[in-house]
Structure formats: C-alpha cells, structure tokens
Design a protein around this ligand. Structure first.
Ligand SMILES: [Zn+2]
Length: 245
C-alpha cells in the first residue's frame, strides 16, 4: 500500500484527512487512532500488521467468500472441505525458505508478513489428500490446513531456549487473524479439536506425534508455558475476531 492508498483506506473508515500522498501529521494521527482501535502497537508506522488490519477493516462484506475481515487474499482460499487448522512453527529462520513453503499452506514471517506455501489448501481436502498435498502433521493432513510461524531455529524445549530465531510478537499477533479468516471461509468452529497447535494434536485428537512441541512457548512472554496455554490464548483471540467481523 502506498501513502495514497493508506489515506484512502483511512478515509473510507471515517477518518478525516485528505488523500494527497503525503504522510503528514493528520495522517499519522489517523493511523495511531486506527491502531489503538485495533489493539495494535500505536507507533504511527504502517507495517504489515497495520496494512493487514486496514485491508481487513475495508473488507467487511459478510457474505464474500474469504473476504470477511480477511487478511488472506481470496485466491489463497480455494473451494475445499476443510475440518481443522493446525498451527506450527517451522523450527527454521525468520523468513520462509523453499523447504518451509513446501510443507505448509500459509506461513507468517517475523514481521507478520504472510507467505503462501506451495501446496494449495484444496490438496488437503477432507475427502482425501491429493498429490502434492502439504505434509505438516503426521497422520493428520486430510482436512487439515497447516499454518506455520517462521521461527525457532535451534530452539530447545527443556530447559527452554528460543534459539537463533525466537518467535516474535508480530507473527504471533497475526496468527489469530489468519485463523479467523480460515475458520470463516471454511466454516471451521474454533474448538480445541478444530483449531489447535501441532503440540496439541496428540492430546486433543489422539493421533500420536513424535515429540512435537510447536507451539508450547511464546518467546516474548515467558509466563505462558505449555501447548494448552498457548492454544487457549490463540483460540480466544480468534473467537473474539470472529465475533467482531
Ligand atoms: Zn509442526
């Protein structure tokens, strides 16, 4: 989004300013007010999270498939029968590598930027996986959308060490927006069996995994410990978003 597009989006949301392409004090004030209203960091800087929120706010058309409060482009959301969303971290760097893109449908980089994986969501259809599907969760890929945060290379579970690419707040805060968008698009309810992290799959679905602990820690908030604690926070936020959009 360039300066004029940002200003037009703000004007469409009711902010009083002129779309002159210059990021002056009135535009900054409007951005800050918008950020405050969205629960974002109030810094007046239009980064990926603010852009996503602006686009989502401008996109509030209740019956438009995939577009409701959507942070995801509609062409990332092909028709498919999907049963659940499984959340991961890549155990890689802060950027999506080509290997990362081969395993997941959607990736969230360290600054909150969204990257589309190579497999289409439709290849993991609940009616049966098709060649080239995203293999993100052992014996649980049919009907499962895989979303991964790009982070946690070299992390150690116990005693916890976040490694060289700790999870960032920006990518964690983008996650419920992505989840809410997917749940609305595919009619997936937000429950511990239908929106869950890889670390919760064994306990919540009874499908054995090999010691996967994504997502059981938030690097920026050491007070949150364990798969359920992380999953509950994320589900609460996604549910709130679904109520508000
Ligand atoms: Zn995983």
């Amino acid at each position: 989004m360039d300066a004029t597009a940002i200003q037009r989006a703000l004007i469409a949301l009711g902010y009083s300013l002129v779309a002159d392409g210059i990021m002056g004090p009135k535009t900054r004030t409007a951005i800050q007010a918008f950020q405050r209203g969205q629960g974002l960091a109030v810094d007046g800087i239009v980064g990926p999270l603010t852009i996503a929120a602006l686009q989502a706010a401008g996109n509030k058309k209740p019956d438009q498939a995939g577009g409701t409060g959507g942070v995801l482009p509609p062409d990332w959301l092909p028709p498919a029968r999907m049963s659940r969303v499984i959340l991961h971290w890549t155990a890689g760097s802060h950027r999506a590598s080509s290997l990362d893109r081969s395993h997941y449908h959607i990736l969230i980089e360290a600054d909150g930027a969204l990257v589309r994986g190579n497999p289409s969501i439709a290849l993991n259809d609940a009616g049966g996986t098709k060649k080239g599907y995203a293999a993100h969760t052992l014996n649980c890929n049919t009907g499962s959308i895989g979303v991964a945060l790009c982070c946690m290379a070299g992390a150690v579970e116990s005693p916890f060490k976040p490694g060289s690419a700790p999870m960032t707040r920006a990518q964690w805060e983008m996650l419920p927006r992505v989840v809410a968008n997917l749940c609305r698009r595919y009619g997936i309810p937000v429950t511990p069996k239908t929106v869950l992290s890889h670390a919760e799959v064994q306990a919540n679905l009874g499908i054995k995994q090999k010691g996967k602990w994504d997502i059981s820690r938030l690097s920026f908030d050491p007070a949150v410990v364990g798969p359920k604690a992380c999953g509950d926070i994320m589900r609460d936020r996604a549910s709130d978003l679904l109520r508000s959009i």
